[in-house]
Design a protein around this ligand. Structure first.
Ligand code: EPZ
Length: 418
């Protein structure tokens, strides 16, 4: 298990470029199962999660070439199998996103049930109920979900919660259904809009993207196309927290500010204002009064759960008492104990963290529990005195391309040790 070793409190400055969105790339690549032909994708992040999905898509029959950094050529000459085996789904639960397009194109899919993960049980019942609404027969057979139907028929699907991958999976099945599908209480994330844009370029007829009601007119044929992945708003949020911690000396390039509106509004209540400079964005603290920041994580466009851990690290450095409630996942505070071992003072009451600000952090050995928690520990290590060692960094490298290289280019003293 490799580790990061960070010697904190180095002066950081310079530009850091945001990469393509991990959580857009995954459904976009799955959509190539829906139509034959050649697809060219650019701005695909070079991540372990993408690599795992590429292997699964190859297993299903697609020919995939990686042409240089962040560029993929995918050729769909027909699906060889509709079975996604456990060993290919287990490493990355979002592989379950092949279910919708396989159902859409082949009217049959057999995909290993994704497990939970550190942050929660993460069931897929809303996905399965939606597939049944479209006419699929769903059975659970030895840990596999088997979905099959003679044809898919458009239907109105009322989601109990605006599930992101659930909305994506159902969109990719409904585009090939007979008639109209309406997804109510649909997720509104930019990644949903990016997938819908790709599907419409492929010949789908989708409207309402980015709203809570998506309409899909089923079509019989779709075709291949080319696509550029949107910037990763969660990586951007992570680096904007770094910018705030660096006193604004770090400038984040390639951010879609409109994807981070509520996040930026909340950081303003902590005294950090977003400034455009040199073609990028930075966060600068305007004054040093006491603050009392209250944050609730919510589905988009609310405050994103995926920048919750990183924001808590920032709040440990802001004078005052702050409250953050995690409403999306049941277990997304495991990193808090690790931060407290670095000298933070954060109390936990069920879904709420109470953060005491302006705490000096002192380096120690800590362990990453999941992707975003790991990113938060890196930020904490950069701020802390002395040396911080972060274990189980595999979690972090799933979602951040060349993090060490990019941080070192800003002057950070961080290295990967085995
Ligand atoms: C997506 O996960 C993201 N992953 C997550 O990012 C992100 O945190 C999450 O959306 C919320 O924004 C990808 O896009 C690959 P959900 P997803 O379905 O789709 C419950 C990261 O760090 N639920 O919106 O799995 C579920 O338990 C990852 O990049 C059901 O109960 O999230 C959770 O409490 C972490 N039944 C809530 O809804 C279902 O069928 C939100 O889940 C589906 C979801």
């Amino acid at each position: 298990m490799s580790k990061y070793l960070i010697r904190g409190q180095k002066k950081l400055s310079g530009n850091i470029q945001v990469g393509g969105a991990k959580n857009a790339s995954l459904p976009l690549l799955c959509a190539t199962l829906l139509a034959p032909g050649e697809y060219l994708f650019s701005n695909v992040p070079d991540l372990k999660d993408v690599e795992v999905l590429i292997n699964l898509l190859r297993h299903l029959g697609l020919k995939i070439e990686k042409n240089g950094q962040n560029f993929y050529r995918i050729i769909n000459e027909g699906i060889k199998t509709v079975e996604a085996p456990y060993e290919l789904v287990k490493p990355m639960r979002a592989s379950f996103l092949v279910m919708g397009p396989l159902l859409g194109s082949e009217k049959r899919a057999k995909v290993s049930l994704p497990g939970g993960c550190a942050i929660g049980a993460r069931p897929v019942n809303f996905h399965l109920n939606g597939f049944e609404n479209l006419g699929a027969k769903i059975t659970i057979d030895h840990g596999f979900v088997v979905a099959e139907t003679r044809e898919l028929n458009g239907s109105t699907i009322e989601l109990p919660f605006p599930t992101v991958t659930g909305t994506e999976n159902l969109m990719m099945a409904a585009v090939k259904a007979n008639g109209r599908t309406i997804i109510k209480n649909a997720a509104r994330e930019p990644e949903i809009v990016d997938l819908g844009d790709l599907l419409n370029k492929m010949g789908a007829l989708i409207t309402g993207l980015g709203t809570e009601e998506i309409q899909i007119e089923g079509v019989s044929d779709l075709h291949s196309t080319n696509h550029t992945v949107i910037p990763d708003r969660i990586e951007a949020g992570t680096f904007l927290v770094l910018s705030a911690l660096s006193g604004g000396e770090v400038i984040v390039q390639g951010v879609r500010k409109d994807h981070l509106q509520v996040f930026l509004e909340k950081l303003e209540t902590a005294g950090f204002f977003c400034e455009s400079i040199a073609g990028g964005l930075r966060l600068v603290k305007k004054n040093s009064e006491n603050y009392s920041v209250h944050i609730n994580t919510e589905p988009y466009p609310g405050f994103p759960t995926d920048v919750q851990p990183q924001t808590v690290v920032l709040l440990t450095q802001v004078m005052g008492q702050h409250i953050l409630t995690e409403n999306i996942f049941e277990n997304r505070f495991m990193y808090i104990q690790e931060l407290n071992r670095l000298g933070a003072e954060i109390g936990l009451q069920e879904k709420t963290a109470i953060i005491s600000g302006s705490k000096k952090l002192i380096g120690a050995e800590v362990t990453a529990t999941d992707l975003r928690a790991g990113a938060a520990l890196v930020l904490a290590g950069l701020v802390a005195e002395n040396t911080t060692i972060i274990n189980e960094i595999e979690h972090i490298e799933r979602g951040y391309e060349d993090l060490v290289g990019r941080l070192r280019s800003l002057g950070a003293d961080i290295e990967k040790i085995m």
